[in-house]
Write a protein that binds this ligand. Sequence first.
Ligand code: HEM
Length: 147
Amino acid sequence: MIAPKKPFGLMDNSFQSAGGYEGVKQLVDVFYDEMAAQTVAEKIHHMHTDDAALRRDKLTRFLCGWLGGPRLFSETYGPINIPKVHAHLDVGEAERDAWLFCMERALARMPYDPDFKHYLQEQLKIPAERIRQVSQMARRAQSTPHG
Ligand code: HEM
């Protein structure tokens, strides 16, 4: 009998489906390689200021906790609010979609269950859209004259 798949969102199922820490690290490496290679991602690639190793470590650690695994980001870098850390950046629909496109390309290169790839891509659209909204609100607040 084939065991039913465990629902991805429960416990640390997503973290395990992503291959644990090593799997997430590989996903992030492939993701940033895609970002450096894709013309559509040129603008967001150049928005980054952290050195490549630090940037990869931050996203890897963040995603481990976000996927229900150990909260490795806060252990090393302290608490994080995802929309807030992006609020200084100008993230519109094009930037959001370029980020998600690189993730889609990265997931296609990973040896994951196709259902998990789809699930993860859909879930990532939520914080990506939230980042866009907060970024645009911050932009509007800056351009509104005060007094
Ligand atoms: C919506 C499109 C997105 C764009 C354009 C974007 C871009 C960036 C940029 C430019 C940085 C700064 C890194 C540096 O200075 O080198 C950053 C940091 C980061 N991003 Fe994103 N990002 C996006 C979406 C996401 C999403 C969806 C997540 C998580 C699910 C995420 C997680 C992070 C993390 C954890 C950091 C490190 C923050 C820190 O320095 O404390 N990003 N992002």
